[in-house]
Design a protein. Structure first.
Length: 131
């Protein structure tokens, strides 16, 4: 048993719970702001910056919760933006395997379609320019 379960109605336990909840709310707000900034970087074509932010987010916010999937999609789209379609393809397929029933799975499938359409045209353009 933990002290929290043994003394659930104690005034000190209730105060600590309230303080932790407030801290959690503030962390959530900061995480949401970080996500929005990272997503905007992606939209602005700052793929390398967005990729670094998505890779480093867990150092600042160790508990990502439902943002885990969102940041994974940012990584995929950043790799696609950097024309690293193989890496993006591998990541999105892993995402769809792990999160097939997630609310973001449809978005993931749209990203996969984009990658698959572009991976072939990108290969063809690279072959064409080499000749």
């Amino acid at each position: 048993h933990t002290l929290k379960t043994m003394y659930a109605d104690d005034k000190w336990t209730l105060m600590l719970d309230a303080a932790n909840t407030e801290g959690d709310d503030e962390q959530q707000k900061m995480l949401e702001a970080h996500y929005q900034e990272t997503y905007q970087q992606l939209l602005d074509g700052q793929y390398q910056v967005a990729l670094k932010a998505a890779n480093d987010v867990a150092f600042t916010y160790p508990v990502l919760g439902n943002y885990t999937q969102k940041y994974e999609l940012i990584k995929v789209m950043a790799y696609a933006g950097l024309k690293d379609f193989r890496k993006a393809d591998t990541l999105i397929k892993g995402f769809l395997t792990r999160f097939s029933n997630d609310s973001l799975a449809d978005w993931g499938r749209q990203v996969l379609n984009y990658i698959q359409k572009n991976i072939n045209s990108y290969k063809e353009s690279r072959v064409y320019t080499k000749n």
